[in-house]
Each structure stands twice: as structure tokens, then as C-alpha cells.
Design a protein around this ligand. Structure first.
Ligand SMILES: *[C@@H]1O[C@H](CO)[C@@H](O)[C@H](O)[C@H]1NC(C)=O
Ligand SMILES: *[C@@H]1O[C@H](CO)[C@@H](O)[C@H](O)[C@H]1NC(C)=O
Ligand SMILES: *[C@@H]1O[C@H](CO)[C@@H](O)[C@H](O)[C@H]1NC(C)=O
Ligand SMILES: *[C@@H]1O[C@H](CO)[C@@H](O)[C@H](O)[C@H]1NC(C)=O
Ligand SMILES: *[C@@H]1O[C@H](CO)[C@@H](O)[C@H](O)[C@H]1NC(C)=O
Ligand SMILES: CC(=O)N[C@H]1CO[C@H](CO)[C@@H](O)[C@@H]1O
Length: 267
């Protein structure tokens, strides 16, 4: 027990003081994009570089070249780089790094690469699912993203989920399409999905996103057994209100409490 406490104490203390690794370098910071690393042209994005090390300055690099330098916005070692009115030329591979303000003037390892994609300019792909109707928890959902027929060139696909800041998955196509699999789905897989395709080299052109495909995973609590069960309903984006769509479909299939749940969504 005591060694564990000492380790925790040391981690807290050493990180706070600017822990240095054996080779003299500082550990890499983390880089994230808000609201997302895949954003439409003309919108804004904030790139956040974070480290627990104090008294440091930050560099944001794009393709290895310094794009911007900044003092952290707070004592916590967080720097925010605001990119506004995005153009396709903002797309690229970003990293950030920090360096100490005082002696010794060492810099950190670079962060992991964040690929910023600015969508628009290439026509949208289509997103479809092989499944129809509902799928139970634990099953696999396959979402197929397909290039527009006219498109030529070498690209990768990214599966996006509304409200998440990173692609759910990226995949290379097999000929004109790719299959994204969501394994062992849970309620957390509920959401609106879309896909884009992008060129894998500078200038990283990216397509408009496909139409949304809603995936709805509901957990039904069995009042007596408290078993959690779930079902997914897949609908076409053409349906205006997703919550209402499966209502008639499930009304006869499940207990009345579930019916009530969907009815409350619709009203
Ligand atoms: C982007 O940021 C600028 C300046 O902060 C603001 O004027 C503009 O409305 C923002 N654009 C969008 C699409 O949010
Ligand atoms: C699927 O998820 C359930 C519950 O989250 C878990 O118990 C099970 O081990 C998972 N199965 C696989 C193959 O990951
Ligand atoms: C769903 O997400 C929440 C919060 O992110 C997490 O606490 C929970 O364990 C997740 N549930 C499953 C079944 O993955
Ligand atoms: C998809 O987006 C629509 C509109 O924002 C929203 O009403 C709906 O609840 C979303 N569907 C899911 C499954 O999150
Ligand atoms: C719900 O509970 C009832 C009564 O215990 C049981 O017969 C039924 O199989 C349960 N249903 C599910 C889906 O677990
Ligand atoms: C449309 C569809 O596939 N509905 C299915 C939903 O799940 C129930 C119960 O598992 C099936 O009976 C339905 O056929």
C-alpha cells in the first residue's frame, strides 16, 4: 500500500514540477480539436494543446512548420489556437509542442498528429447500412460509405458521428466503397452518422459529408428482472423525426411501457 501511495505522490509532484524523462525530453502534450477535427469550410475550429507541465510556452506546427506560438491561457498548461473562417488550405497534419520558459530550455516531444479536414469542394459520398429494422445489443452494425460514381483518385474514408470531435473510424476503400463496422453495439452507439472521403496527401482535400444516418439504440429496463436489453432502429434520413419513425413498427412487438416511451418522444 505504502509504495503505491508514494508512486501516486511522486506522479502528482513530478508532473506538476515539469517531469523530465531519462533522455532529457519532456513528455508529449495532447492535441485535440473543438468542435471537431472534421469541419466545414468557413467555420471555426479551436485546436487545444494540453500538458500538466507548468511554466511552458507552446508551438503549433502544421506539416512540421511552426504555424503559431503561444503562452498558455491558464496556469494549467493549456493553449488554445483559434482558426477562423476556415479555408481548404487550413487542412493538414498538426502537432503541438511545448518548451520551458526558464533554464534548461528543453522542448517536449511532439504531440500525436491531428489531421484537420476542411470539408467541401468534392461531392458527397453516400452512406448506407446493410441492416434493416432493429438489431439487438451486442450485434454488429455495418455502415457502407460509397464514393460518387464520377470520382477518381486515391482517398480514405472517415466515419463521423455528430457531437464527437474525432472520426469514429477511418478506412481505405475497397474499389469505390468501404464497410465500417460497429462491433458489439451499446446505447452509446446511438447517434447520427455520416461519412466523408479525403485525399491522404497535402492538401488533404475532403468531400462534403454524406447525408446523416440515424442509429438509435435504446436500453429497455425490465422492471421485474432489471435486465438491460437494447434495440437499434435504423432509419432513412428522409424521415423527418426519427423518434416517431419506429413507433408503429414496434407498437405491436414490445411491452406498452416502450410504446409510451416512443409516444413521449413524438409529442
Ligand atoms: C468565427 O469566429 C469569428 C470571430 O471570432 C466570428 O465572427 C464568426 O461568427 C465565427 N464563425 C462561425 C461560423 O461561427
Ligand atoms: C459486448 O458487450 C457486453 C456488454 O457491454 C459485454 O459483456 C461483452 O463481453 C461484449 N462482447 C464482446 C465480444 O466484446
Ligand atoms: C457509455 O458512456 C458512458 C460515458 O461515456 C460510460 O460511462 C459508459 O460506461 C458507457 N456504456 C457502455 C455500455 O459502453
Ligand atoms: C439526429 O439528429 C436529429 C436532428 O439534430 C435529432 O433530432 C435526432 O435525435 C438525432 N438522432 C440520433 C439517433 O441521435
Ligand atoms: C422480463 O421479466 C419477466 C419476468 O421476470 C421475464 O419473464 C422476461 O423474460 C424478462 N424479459 C427480458 C427481456 O429480460
Ligand atoms: C423490421 C424488423 O426487422 N423487425 C424486427 C425487430 O425485432 C423483432 C424482435 O426481435 C423482430 O420480430 C422483428 O422482425
Amino acid at each position: 500500500m505504502i509504495p503505491q501511495i508514494l508512486i501516486l505522490f511522486c506522479v502528482g509532484l513530478c508532473v506538476g514540477q515539469g517531469y523530465r524523462r531519462k533522455d532529457g525530453s519532456l513528455p508529449k502534450p495532447s492535441l485535440s480539436a473543438w468542435p471537431s477535427s472534421v469541419v466545414p469550410a468557413k467555420s471555426n475550429v479551436t485546436l487545444r494543446c494540453w500538458t500538466p507541465t507548468k511554466d511552458v510556452n507552446f508551438d503549433l506546427r502544421k506539416g512540421g512548420h511552426i504555424e503559431s506560438s503561444q503562452s498558455p491561457d491558464s496556469a494549467e498548461g493549456l493553449a488554445e489556437f483559434h482558426l477562423t473562417d476556415l479555408k481548404t488550405s487550413h487542412a493538414g497534419e498538426y502537432t503541438c509542442q511545448y518548451y520551458r520558459r526558464g533554464r534548461p530550455y528543453v522542448s517536449s516531444q511532439p504531440s500525436d498528429v491531428l489531421l484537420l479536414l476542411v470539408t467541401g469542394g468534392l461531392s458527397k459520398p453516400s452512406l448506407q447500412t446493410h441492416q434493416s429494422g432493429n438489431v439487438t445489443t451486442g450485434e454488429k452494425v455495418t455502415l457502407q460509405c460509397r464514393l460518387p460514381d464520377i470520382f477518381q483518385g486515391s482517398v480514405k474514408f472517415a466515419l463521423l458521428k455528430a457531437g464527437t470531435s474525432m472520426p469514429v473510424q477511418t478506412r481505405s476503400p475497397k474499389w469505390k466503397e468501404t464497410d465500417f463496422s460497429l462491433q458489439n453495439v451499446t446505447v452509446n452507439d446511438t447517434g447520427n452518422y455520416s461519412c466523408v472521403y479525403y485525399r491522404t496527401e497535402d492538401p488533404f482535400q475532403a468531400s462534403d459529408p454524406s447525408d446523416h444516418l440515424a442509429i438509435w439504440v435504446t436500453a429497455f429496463v425490465n422492471n421485474t428482472a432489471m435486465n438491460v436489453d437494447g434495440h437499434i432502429f435504423l432509419t432513412d434520413p428522409a424521415f423527418k423525426s426519427f423518434g416517431c419513425t419506429p413507433r408503429s413498427g414496434i407498437a405491436g412487438l414490445y411491452a406498452s411501457s416502450i410504446f409510451t416511451f416512443f409516444r413521449s418522444l413524438c409529442t
